[in-house]
Write a new protein. Structure first.
Length: 135
């Protein structure tokens, strides 16, 4: 059985980037059907619509493709409660806490993110890995 892993929003965004090394690394992860949360989908849409100023039909098409290629879990009250506890315990920002809580609830052992400390372990079972860090 393959271990489940969670992809943060930046991984999905980099899959669309022109920067070839990051794009290839992100695509390799996204083709492995990671777990993502509804937060990731909404942040992805926000980047496409606001920062990239993509038209809605194009942004929605990309978001639908993202959801079809991933195991999407909803951010629930349970995840939000766990996120609040994680935020206090680890002194991290709320939105990062929600990502971490979703990954933990989904049973992931790895969280791929450029935005968190590479190698940090949460709850003794979820390790953050920066897929874009130099080897």
């Amino acid at each position: 059985m393959t271990a489940k892993f969670f992809a943060d929003t930046n991984v999905a965004i980099y899959a669309l980037e022109a920067d070839e090394p990051k794009r290839q690394q992100a695509l390799a992860l996204m083709h492995r059907s990671p777990v993502i949360s509804t937060q990731v989908v909404n942040e992805f849409l926000n980047v496409l619509l606001v920062k990239r100023q993509l038209d809605r039909p194009s942004a929605y098409e990309l978001a639908r493709a993202l959801m079809q290629g991933c195991d999407v879990i909803a951010v629930t009250a349970e995840i939000t409660e766990q996120a609040m506890a994680l935020g206090e315990r680890y002194q991290i920002g709320h939105w990062d806490s929600v990502i971490i809580a979703a990954a933990l609830v989904a049973g992931c052992d790895t969280l791929y993110s450029e935005d968190m400390q590479d190698g940090q372990v949460f709850e003794g079972r979820l390790t953050v890995k920066n897929p874009f860090a130099a080897p």
